[in-house]
Each structure stands twice: as structure tokens, then as C-alpha cells.
Design a protein around this ligand. Sequence first.
Ligand SMILES: O=c1[nH]c(=O)n([C@H]2C[C@H](O)[C@@H](COP(=O)(O)O)O2)cc1CO
Length: 150
Amino acid sequence: MAGDGLCIYFCGSIRGGRGDADIYQQLITHLQSFGKVLTEHVGSKEVNEKGVIKEDAGMSDKEIHDRDIMWLEMSNVVVAEVTTTSLGVGYELGRAVAMKKKILCLFRPTPDKRLSAMIEGAKNCDNFEVVHYSDVYEGFTAISTFMKTL
Ligand SMILES: O=c1[nH]c(=O)n([C@H]2C[C@H](O)[C@@H](COP(=O)(O)O)O2)cc1CO
């Protein structure tokens, strides 16, 4: 089913920390070969002095929340990079589960990082997949494999 018309909601940390922004950008570029990534701004390199992403500057928190929930509702699939802990990403994933979306979470384990049990433990055979990966190329492979299951 991958191809025209697929709407993808990508989640990645913004206020939780931008250490993985480069990886988000590369994963988003890969995702764009499968469909439209509604949240392309999550990979943006342009963040202002207050930690606000350029594309969302000037929007109130309510406007950001309401737009993102609308995009989440519109999406066919949710892909989240969950290595950098983010309240917003956790919230989006909870809402996506309630909406019965197909979800892929990507996590890069390191000795000092353990994924929340509420994400790792949500894995099931149906619509919530968690993949551990070590570099962006493995992330691309995990995405391609997941897309084939749609
Ligand atoms: O400016 C924003 N724009 C935006 O789209 N988000 C959404 C998309 C991300 O997947 C997620 C990041 O949440 P947080 O900022 O708590 O790390 O929330 C979050 C913020 C800031 O919280």
C-alpha cells in the first residue's frame, strides 16, 4: 500500500532536546519515498534562541497541539524516533494508539539509555512495532521493512 496518498506522521524530540535532529532529517528524507511526511519540520535544523523550531515560530502552543493532533488523525502511519526522551513524542504515541494507527518506534540503545517500558512494552504483533537500531542505515531498513507490512 506504500505509495501515492500515504500520509506519514513522524515524531521526534523538539523541546526534549535536539541532539538527534540530524538523524530525524535523514529518516524523514527516507520516509518521503513512501508518502507525504506531514511533520517534516521535526527534522528542521533551524531552531531559534528560545529553542523554537523556525517553522513553528509565531504559533501558540495550542495552535501547535491542535495542528499536530489534526495531522495525527489524517495520517495512515506513525513513525517515531524515540531515542531522545520527549514528553511530546510520548503523548503523540499514546494518542496514536488510541486512534488505532500503525506505529513504528525506532530506538538506538546505548549503555546509559533504556527505552521507557511504556513504549518498549507497548510492542505487539498487530500495530505497534519497536525496532532497536544502531545507525541511520539500519533505520532506513527498518522503515522499508515496516512499509512493506502496510
Ligand atoms: O514546536 C513544536 N512543534 C511540534 O510539532 N511538536 C510536536 C512534534 C514532535 O514529534 C513532538 C516533540 O515534542 P517535545 O517538544 O515535547 O519534544 O511534538 C512539538 C513542539 C514543541 O513542543
